[in-house]
Design a binder for this molecule. Structure first.
Ligand code: ADP
Ligand code: ZN
Ligand code: ZN
Length: 829
């Protein structure tokens, strides 16, 4: 056997001419392993660990793959050659690949699955990728190479083309490097990205025309206008000069006094106007220094503990809502920045990032890089590169920001660590971003701060057991009171005829009073749509989805009944599909209905709704939030999107339209969840004092969890839940792995699931539960069956995981079961 040689990133092998080298590469596909390609002589120096290479995979498909390792061990089979090298420097570091591999192992999927979500689309090219001319391409052909011009010509005739087809049409073999540079130069755009591109919000900007760029010319102009006594124009120009940093920048037209002075200056050519895309997210330089933040005693104590007091590398900051956790984070980040190190700031959801971005940019300006799925692919590539080069010191984003190529990561902050949005459900990897962050931190030797007003039972368990450090902030910043939380007994309200649609009189009165005081309100209802079911009064038929085992939800705005699982939709039937009766009754209330009823009952109020239906377009949620901040909206109605993190000082009333769903949900986490959700939404009230008021409408006003929410008693919730988890063998005492088997035919599925469960019982005994039908037992035309395994926390289960994956493969080998899908969900939520 030849001797094995491994080379690290950037380390050029002293390759002897005699030897043949091979690259093991990762492909962004559902493949269990790396694939080996032979490195042609002329590319030996260029193929490095972490660079992308073009390889052929399958019959004729080409992919950009990432080099995992280079060696000289000839594989036993005939292997293909690496075709082309795309990067001169690695785009993925060894540490990132280690992280991918850990994630694949832990969450029971393929490294390729992880790579597919980890790499931004802009860095994944395949012969199947489609491209178009970039909408911003100026049509300037002279700066293009001959081949680039040919591509542009071709795309002018056929606006969307596969790389493969371009390569064939132009007779260019090495299409990927060409495309790569054209994408980088924004001549073409990947179609995937194009489809994601939002229509940007445009606005008119005004600036001084070029002849007036110098101070002398400006002075001359002003003198001239003064002589002519055009006072208005002088005033306007002075204002413009001030706002534009003496003519260096353009100013939004609406920020200037509208009138004849403006018109005249435009007509004279002193001013020019242009359309520009505006973003509601601040950018540019920091406007405040971190030193200007004065922490109060509680914050200071938390900061001291988190920055050096604690001897643990993972610490939990348990601070009540509005205790000022963000300011503590900012101070911690500033320390890292001062040392030239990077901080990863994770947030559960995009709705939150807008506010967080602005708050961080105030102090760290352009050092903040924001990364999330709502950004276009080119923006993501830009942040990717800025993270790798170390230009960005603060990387902020939702869960996918974990995959950024950090240069020197020393701190990870997971804000709202309890939030379920940290868990990815579809597709694999089904990872939990908080838990993965802990592993990432360990790879870097970085510290982690988990922050929440309502920590997950898991994290609090570790914090009270000494595995994590723990520090608390028990008061709101500025000495503001916690809001008062009351339950409204809906049964009693109904009996006393104090219900109007979905609202109790108490809630309506509270909202009206708030509005009369020029305050705002938030209403939370965790169901979207108008009504949740349409039911026939005669035969009780409820229209169901044809693909899924759920009833269709009525969306009034679109006049449809829709499935929230698969998107299937039909027009609202005029009569019962089963018995033709015309008496169809609506039951269950969604956000659309709350919005509409509220508008009828409070016609003066400006009501807006925030849920996924109302924020389909990319900037809509930002607009809603900024309109709410600007008090252009009085009442914000929404799903869980309104419960989290938002910091609006003027909200005095928070209403929960119905708490019953949350507390009755059949899951071992339902009490924890209900407590977190209700406490979080309550926390939006009274953040700048003035006694916030929270009203929770419920048919179970004496429910234990509601009692704890009212008292803000997290400790009791934790104590009870922790005991329950231990007794009933749930996390954090046990680890759960859930297998979901799927197939089109129920009998096939049942048989395969039984077989699988039997194999598993053979290996793991009574740790195995099921198979059973999950709550929704058919989705998108596939029947589902779930098998759950629980392992004790201290059991080493890496082998068990491998065994289960092998069993699933074996199951697929049985006759007739080839198409039974098995999904693994490790630590299901
Ligand atoms: P939390 O994240 O704990 O719910 P925030 O960080 O949003 O709370 O803080 C609540 C409000 O108090 C914010 O508007 C924040 O700007 C303000 N605040 C907190 N700490 C300070 C401080 N040290 N100086 C000035 N304002 C602060
Ligand atoms: Zn009927
Ligand atoms: Zn469906």
């Amino acid at each position: 056997m030849t001797s094995v040689k491994f080379f690290c990133v950037n380390l050029q092998p002293s390759m002897s001419d005699m030897e043949t080298y091979y690259a093991d590469v990762l492909l962004p596909l559902h493949l269990p392993d790396t694939y080996t390609y032979r490195i042609p002589r002329e590319l030996v120096g260029e193929v490095k660990v972490g660079v992308r290479v073009v390889v052929q995979f399958g019959q004729k498909r080409m992919y950009s793959a990432v080099v995992r390792r280079i060696h000289s061990v000839a594989p036993k089979w005939q292997c293909k050659y690496v075709i082309e090298v795309l990067d001169s420097e690695p785009v993925v570091s060894l540490r990132q690949m280690e992280f991918w591999e850990w994630m694949a192992g832990y969450y029971m999927c393929c490294v390729g699955d992880v790579m597919a979500v980890a790499l931004p689309a802009g860095l994944k090219l395949a012969s199947e990728s489609t491209v178009s001319i970039h909408p911003d391409f100026d049509g300037e052909l002279t700066r293009l190479s001959k081949y680039e011009r040919l591509v542009v010509d071709l795309l002018t005739q056929h606006p969307v083309m596969k790389l493969d087809d371009i390569s064939r049409a132009l007779g260019i073999q090495k299409i990927m490097p060409l495309m790569h540079t054209m994408i980088e130069r924004s001549v073409v755009i990947m179609d995937e990205e194009l489809r994601q591109r939002f229509v940007p919000k445009k606005s008119t900007f005004v600036k001084l025309a070029t002849p007036y760029a110098t101070e002398e010319s400006q002075r001359a102009l002003l003198e001239e206008l003064e002589r002519k006594r055009s006072t208005r124009q002088v005033e306007l120009l002075l204002l413009l000069l001030q706002k534009s940093h003496f003519g260096r920048e353009a100013v939004a037209k609406r920020d200037l006094p509208q009138g004849s002075a403006l018109q005249t200056l435009l007509k004279r050519g002193v001013l020019e106007q242009e359309e520009r895309v505006i973003s509601r997210i601040a950018s540019g330089e920091a406007t405040a220094t971190v030193e200007s933040i004065q922490l109060n005693a509680e914050q200071q104590a938390a900061f001291d503990y988190l920055s050096h007091g604690s001897d643990k590398s993972i610490n939990l900051l348990h601070g009540v809502t509005s205790s000022g956790k963000t300011e503590v984070y900012i101070k911690l980040i500033a320390d890292q920045v001062a040392q030239g190190a990077q901080t990863l700031f994770l947030l559960p959801e995009i709705a939150l990032t807008a506010q967080a971005i602005n708050r961080l940019r105030r102090y760290f300006g352009d050092l903040v890089g924001v990364y999330h799925s709502r950004f276009s692919a080119s923006q993501r590539v830009e942040v990717w590169q800025g993270a790798a080069s170390g230009r960005y010191k603060v990387l902020l984003g939702a869960r996918s920001a974990l995959f950024l190529p950090f240069q020197k990561l020393s701190l990870i902050i997971v804000d709202e660590e309890h939030d379920t949005s940290y868990k990815q459900h579809e597709p694999a990897p089904r990872y939990h971003a908080r838990d993965s962050a802990l592993y990432l931190a360990s790879l870097w030797g970085a510290r982690t701060v988990l922050g929440s007003a309502t920590p997950s039972i898991e994290s609090y368990h570790h914090a009270t057991n000494g595995k994590y450090g723990l520090v608390k902030m028990q008061h709101r910043y500025g000495g503001h009171e916690m809001p008062t939380v009351e339950c409204v007994d809906m049964k009693a309200a109904a009996q006393n005829k104090e219900l109007k649609g979905p609202f109790s009189k108490v809630l309506l009165t509270a909202i009206s009073e708030a509005l009369a005081n020029k305050e705002q309100a938030i209403l939370f209802q965790n169901r979207r749509g108008f009504s949740l079911r349409l039911e026939c009064d005669e035969c009780h038929h409820v229209p169901q989805c044809i693909n899924c085992d759920v009833s269709l939800v009525y969306h009034k705005s679109s006049g449809t009944l829709r499935c929230h699982y698969c998107g299937y939709s039909i027009p609202v039937p005029a009569e019962c599909p089963a018995c033709q009766s015309t008496r169809m009754r609506m039951t269950g209330i969604g956000t659309e209905r709350v919005e509409e009823d509220l508008q009828i009952m409070l016609p003066e109020a400006r009501v807006a709704r925030m849920d996924i239906d109302s924020t389909q377009q990319k900037n809509q949620y930002l607009e809603l939030l900024s309109d709410f901040a600007d008090r252009k909206i009085d009442i914000l109605v929404g799903t869980q999107m309104v419960t989290k993190g938002l910091d609006f000082g003027n909200v005095s009333v928070v209403g929960v339209v119905s708490a019953d769903n949350a507390i009755n949900f059949p899951n071992f986490r339902s009490y924890e969840r209900a407590f977190q959700q209700l406490t979080q939404v309550s926390g939006r009230a009274g953040r700048r004092g003035g006694g916030g008021q929270v009203l929770i409408q419920t048919y179970n006003p004496n429910h234990h969890v509601l009692e704890l929410v009212k008292q803000g008693d997290y400790e009791s919730l934790f104590a009870e839940q922790d005991t329950e988890r231990r007794v009933f063998r749930y996390p954090p005492y046990y680890r759960l792995i859930e297998l979901t088997l799927k197939h089109r035919e129920q009998e096939v599925l049942n048989a395969a699931a039984e077989w699988m469960a039997m194999q598993m019982r053979g290996a793991f005994g009574n740790r195995v539960m099921g198979p059973e039908y999950p709550l929704v037992s058919r989705v998108r035309g596939l029947y589902l069956k779930a098998i759950t395994v629980r392992f004790e926390r201290n059991e080493a289960i890496a082998q068990a995981k491998k065994l289960m994956m092998r069993m699933a493969d074996d199951m697929n080998m049985q006759p007739g079961w080839k198409k039974v899908l098995t999904l693994f969900d490790v630590d299901p939520t």
